[in-house]
Write a protein that binds this ligand. Structure first.
Ligand code: NAP
Length: 228
């Protein structure tokens, strides 16, 4: 498969690296490839410059958002939640049409300080905003409730734990579930919550995740839904 991963942060790098390891053709999307490669020093989250990651992953292309999406069979939104609609507009509605759009972003709002709140929240979600803005894309929300490293290596967290999928297109959800299984998620760990509006619930798990991170002190944990 040809994947476009829109985002050069730790999530974009982690997912792109895993997809390439699995034998997929991967293009990472960014605003300005030259500017991204020219960055030095760590970013706001402490990630090494993208050029260092690129040197270690020569098979992964770095192109514009539009170039990445144009050449892809499936697209991953791994951009800042506040910028995701702009990023996807730059990718181009026509380049997203008919394709699974795996949305792992969280609509974090830092305008009220830290920890961040969410915008949108409760009566809407980022995933729904994306689906409304790009009606021909097949948006599937998933993986936003775990740390990037756990997304592609769920065994980092011992024991059974859960990952959620939300989306209106059954075939796209099936394809994304198969992708999750290729990342190492056991079939029984994947919980299909239903349509894209159910992403309101998984996006609202982020405030809980952030408080757990504060208590646990590292990101190798996850939610486990135990049931009778
Ligand atoms: N960190 C985690 O473990 C984790 C876990 C679950 C979900 N998430 C979610 O995954 C997403 C990616 O997180 P991240 O930490 O890897 O990256 P991030 O720093 O949140 O986002 C980086 C990407 O957003 C783009 N971007 C930022 N501001 C922009 C703007 N004004 N216009 C256009 N593009 C803009 C950047 O473009 P350039 O490449 O051009 O700089 C870059 O590609 C976020 O929504 C986050 O909430 C993160």
């Amino acid at each position: 498969m040809r994947y476009a991963v829109l985002g050069t942060g730790s999530v974009g790098r982690t997912l792109a690296g895993k997809l390439a390891t699995l034998g997929h053709e991967v293009a990472v999307g960014t605003r300005d490839p030259s500017a991204t490669l020219a960055r030095t020093g760590t970013d706001a989250y402490g990630n090494a410059p993208y050029a260092e990651w690129q040197a270690a992953h020569p098979a992964v292309a770095l192109v514009t958002f539009a170039e990445a999406a144009a050449g892809a069979d499936a697209v991953v939104n791994a951009s800042s939640g506040a910028a995701s609609l702009d990023v996807l507009a730059a990718a181009g509605a026509a380049n997203l049409a008919g394709k699974p759009l795996v949305d792992v972003a969280n609509p974090l709002d830092f305008s009220h300080g830290t920890p961040p709140s969410l915008d949108p929240v409760n009566t809407d979600s980022l995933a729904e905003q994306i689906q409304r803005a790009f009606p021909a894309a097949k948006v599937v929300k998933t993986l936003n409730t775990t740390n990037a490293a756990v997304m592609v290596d769920p065994a980092r967290v011992p024991g059974p734990h859960s990952v959620f999928v939300s989306g209106d297109d059954a075939d796209a959800k099936k394809a994304v579930t198969a992708l999750l299984e290729s990342f190492g998620w056991p079939p029984e760990s994947v919980i299909d919550l239903g349509g894209i509006a159910t992403a309101r619930g998984t996006e609202m798990l982020l405030p809980v995740w952030l408080r757990l991170y504060g208590v646990i002190g590292h990101p190798d944990f996850n939610f486990h839904i135990a049931r009778a």
